[in-house]
Design a protein around this ligand. Structure first.
Ligand SMILES: [Zn+2]
Length: 457
């Protein structure tokens, strides 16, 4: 009995215990009497149990180790999955944003804008006062104080005033509907919006009046000039051709990197004309329509600033012996005229012009921020770290605007006082502003230098 208890109470390690018990059992088997048989059976059962427990513990150990290894592997895998999921999530977000911006970019997707309007447009008709009608002919016209419906009324007035409605037998209701559709197809960009369209067209109208272009040009030319101005930035997405090309946008792919935006403005314009309700040229015979279409396309494509040098050089070659009966000369002049109007903000009084410079910088910064985020090249003149309003304006006025307007001045000397002079004044004003900026920067620099010197002491 003693030895059994010893076996039962034994605190040895499992293996050792099993060995001892086994030895005892074997000895007992030979030495003990038959009446102890039952007890012996018990011992055997216990031994078997101990064996089995010992093996089970080992099995358990292996199992736990295996399970742990599996769990570790799983944690590792799950961790990788989390990283993958995060990546997928950001990819999906990117894709969503891209799709949303593509949908916005895509003219045809927005059916609302092309819904035929058979009724008389519902914008509240603005009655232009005599004062407004007269001011509208001047480059000094304040383009900021008008609501869209007032600008629409002004545009409508210009078509009537230039006799385009009468001479081409235009349906006046179609003219209203067309203008409203034009308004709906300009986007709410900081700069390239409907008010910019209005500005360019109003400047064209004032140049037509100021330079008495109706005396030298045909009415078809006048219609082309005005209509190209109205349509010239239709559906502008707010990101320039450089962005379109570098980001390989749908527009760049469609137009093979050749003036993608200007091609798009033009295509949208003629999509609008293709709706009978908005076709102000519906009374034209096919030949006349072809001529108008070609004229408008040429002018809108000429607004790509990448072609500035080429177009201005061509005009400079013609200007000294300009021939109003030469179609090539006239086309070149029309191209220069729409270019002048497109970038004419600085011709306007300072209070009218300056907000436009801020709007343009805002649009540029929006683009350069996006380019940085997308790892695309950034033009220094668009970079908020590198450009200031005066530096941007001085270069543009000095090297782009003044040379172009001075060349036009050779043909129309009357623009000197009302257009070229304001440009020179604007250049001088921005140069003063730049000097102030530079002086302030110098003071700031000295202050911070003194501060660091002070700290070092
Ligand atoms: Zn424009």
């Amino acid at each position: 009995m003693k030895c059994f208890r010893r076996v039962q109470c034994c605190r040895y390690s499992t293996e050792r215990r099993v060995r001892v018990v086994f030895f005892l059992c074997v000895t007992q088997h030979h030495l003990f009497l038959p009446d102890k048989e039952e007890l012996f059976q018990n011992v055997l059962t216990q031994v078997a149990e101990q064996f089995s427990r010992a093996f089970k513990i080992n099995e358990l150990k292996t199992e736990v180790t295996n399970r742990l290894a599996m769990l570790e592997k799983r944690v590792e895998l799950e961790g990788m999955k989390v990283v993958e999921i995060e990546k997928c999530r950001s990819d999906i977000k990117k894709l969503r944003e891209e799709m949303a911006s593509r949908n916005n970019n895509h003219f045809l997707d927005d059916n609302k804008k092309l819904t035929p309007r058979r009724d008389v447009p519902s914008y509240p008709k603005y009655h232009l006062s005599q004062e407004t009608v007269e001011a509208l002919r001047q480059p000094t016209f304040d383009v900021w104080q008008w609501e869209p419906n007032e600008m629409l009324s002004c545009l409508e007035h210009m078509y009537h005033d230039l006799d385009l409605v009468k001479d081409f037998n235009m349906n006046p209701i179609t003219l209203k509907r067309w203008l409203l559709c034009i308004h709906d197809n300009y986007r709410m960009n900081p700069f390239h919006n409907f008010r910019h369209c209005f500005c360019v067209t109003q400047m064209m109208y004032s140049m037509i009046c100021l330079c008495s272009l109706q005396e030298t040009f045909t009415q078809v030319d006048i219609l082309i000039l005005m209509t190209a101005a109205v349509c010239h930035d239709l559906d502008h997405p707010g990101y320039n051709n450089m962005y379109q090309i570098n980001a390989r946008t749908e527009l760049a792919v469609r137009y093979n990197d050749i003036s993608p935006l200007e091609n798009h403005h033009c295509a949208v314009a003629f999509q609008i004309f293709s709706q009978p309700d908005c076709n102000i040229f519906s009374t034209f015979d096919p030949e006349a329509f072809k001529q108008i279409r070609q004229g408008i396309i040429t002018l809108i494509l000429a607004t790509d600033m990448a072609r500035h040098g080429e177009i201005l050089d061509s005009f400079k070659h013609k200007v000294d012996s300009f021939d109003f009966t030469d179609e090539e000369h006239v086309t070149c002049l029309k191209m220069v005229l729409i270019k002048c109007c497109d970038i004419s903000n600085e011709v306007r009084p300072m209070e009218v012009a300056e907000p436009w410079a801020d709007c343009l910088l805002e649009e540029y910064f929006m683009q350069s921020d996006r380019e940085k985020a997308e790892g695309l090249p950034v033009a220094p003149f668009m970079d908020r770290e590198k450009v200031t309003k005066p530096t941007a304006q001085i270069g543009f006025i000095k090297f782009v605007l003044i040379p172009m307007f001075e060349t036009v001045m050779k043909l129309f000397p009357q623009i000197e006082d009302v257009m070229v002079q304001p440009l020179r004044e604007s250049r001088d004003r921005y140069e003063e502003l730049k000097q102030i900026d530079d002086a302030m920067n110098e003071v700031q620099k000295k202050k911070s230098e003194n501060l660091t010197m002070g700290k070092k002491k």
